[in-house]
Design a binder for this molecule. Structure first.
Ligand code: ASP
Length: 340
C-alpha cells in the first residue's frame, strides 16, 4: 500500500531542545533528526521534511507563519495529503489559530510540540509527533481546519490554549473540549468542527502592530492613553469577567476606540464576551456604546492576531466588527436565528 505523503515543517521548540546542565536547553535538532528518532513514522507516512528554523515558540512571528502557510498551500496543492508543523508549545495556541485563518487548503494541518526536552526522561516529543502525523494522514480530518495534537488529544485551533507551564497534558479547549484523540494508531474524532473560511492571504510586511492590554483591579488605564503615540494601529483589551473595566477607565477606552479599532476580550479564559447584559459604567454595554468590538469566544491572544490580519488587509472598522461576529460561534447562531 502506498503511504500518504506528509509535509513535516520543523520550526524549533522544546521538542527540538537539548543542552548541558547549567546553560539550559535550547533548540538544536532539525526536522530530519526528529523524524529519524521515530522509526514508526515510516510505517504510516512518507515524510517531506523541511527545517524552517530552530527557534523557541516565543520568537516565531506572523511573517514566519505567512511563509509556512504559503509552503503548506504549495505542497498540499500537489501530492501531499497533510501537513504537520512542529514548534514550541509557548505559542502553539496562536500559531495554530493564525494558520487556521490563512492556510487555504482544506487538507489536514496539525501543529504539535513537546513539553519535555528531547533528552529528558519520558520525553513526550516522539509520541506527539507520531500522533500528529497519524492525524494528518486521516482523511476524516479534511475540512476540520488546523488542529493541535499533544498528549494524544486533538484540539481545534480556535479553542485550544496552553493551560499549564509543565504538564504533558498542558493543552485544553475550555469552551469546547478536545475534538477527539489518537488511540491504538487510530484517529477517534468525536465531533467534526465546521471550518470557517480562511482570510485573504496577508503580506507579512503589512501586518500592523496591535497592543494587548490586560486590565487588573484598580487599574487606572494609563497604558491605554499611550498606545496611539506608540504607533499601535489597534488594541485588544482583556477585560474582567464578561467584558468589564473600572468605571474610570471606560472614557479612556472610548477615546482609544475613536483613534483605532479596539476589541474587547475576556481575561477569564473561557466563554463569550457579553454584549447586552450589564449596564453599569465600564460594563460591556457601556464599552460597546463607546465603540469597542466584542471578540465573541476568542481569547485575547487570538483576538489580537485576527485584528492584525484584518488590519493588514486594509479593512475598515465596520468590516472588522463583522469579521469578529462571523468568527464567533455564539454570535453566528444568534444571527442565524434572527435571520429566520
Ligand atoms: N516550553 C516551550 C516548549 O514547550 C518552549 C518553546 O515554546 O519553545 O516548546
Amino acid at each position: 500500500m502506498t503511504r500518504p505523503r506528509i509535509l513535516l515543517v520543523s520550526t524549533g521548540g522544546t521538542i527540538t531542545m537539548t543542552g548541558g546542565v547549567g546553560g539550559g536547553i535550547a533548540p538544536a535538532l532539525t526536522g530530519e533528526d526528529l523524524a529519524r528518532a521515530v522509526p514508526e513514522l515510516d510505517t504510516i507516512a512518507a515524510l517531506d521534511v523541511v527545517t524552517f528554523s530552530t527557534k523557541p515558540g516565543a520568537s516565531l512571528t506572523l511573517s514566519d507563519l505567512a511563509e509556512i502557510a504559503a509552503l503548506i498551500d504549495a505542497r498540499l496543492g500537489g501530492n501531499d495529503a497533510g501537513a504537520v508543523v512542529v514548534q514550541g508549545t509557548d505559542s502553539i495556541e496562536e500559531s495554530a489559530f493564525a494558520l487556521d485563518l490563512i492556510v487555504k487548503s482544506n487538507k489536514p494541518v496539525v501543529v504539535t510540540g513537546a513539553m519535555r526536552g528531547a533528552a529528558s526522561p519520558g520525553a513526550d516529543g516522539p509520541a506527539n509527533l507520531l500522533a500528529a502525523v497519524t492525524v494528518a494522514t486521516a482523511p476524516i480530518m479534511t475540512g476540520c481546519g488546523t488542529t493541535v495534537v499533544l498528549n494524544d488529544e486533538i484540539h481545534a485551533a480556535r479553542h485550544v490554549a496552553k493551560a499549564d507551564t509543565s504538564l504533558p497534558g498542558a493543552f485544553r479547549s475550555p469552551a469546547a473540549g478536545p475534538l477527539g484523540r489518537v488511540a491504538e494508531g487510530d484517529v477517534w474524532l468525536l465531533f467534526k468542527p465546521e471550518r470557517l473560511p480562511p482570510l485573504a492571504r496577508v503580506i507579512a510586511t503589512t501586518v500592523p502592530p496591535v497592543a494587548l492590554v490586560r486590565i487588573g483591579l484598580g487599574d487606572d488605564g494609563r497604558l491605554l492613553s499611550a498606545l496611539a503615540g506608540l504607533g499601535y494601529r489597534g488594541a485588544v483589551i482583556e477585560a474582567m469577567g464578561a467584558g468589564h473595566v473600572p468605571a474610570s477607565v471606560a472614557p479612556l477606552v472610548g477615546a482609544l476606540a475613536e483613534a483605532m479599532p479596539v476589541v474587547l476580550a475576556s481575561r477569564t479564559g473561557a466563554g463569550p464576551v457579553f454584549t447586552r447584559t450589564y449596564g453599569f459604567d465600564g460594563s460591556e454595554i457601556d464599552l460597546i456604546r463607546r465603540g469597542v468590538i466584542p471578540s465573541g469566544m476568542l481569547s485575547g491572544v487570538k483576538a489580537r492576531l485576527l485584528l492584525q490580519l484584518l488590519l493588514g488587509q486594509g479593512l475598515a472598522r465596520d468590516e472588522i466588527a463583522s469579521a469578529y461576529a462571523e468568527r464567533s460561534e455564539g454570535h453566528r447562531s444568534r444571527r442565524e436565528r434572527e435571520a429566520v
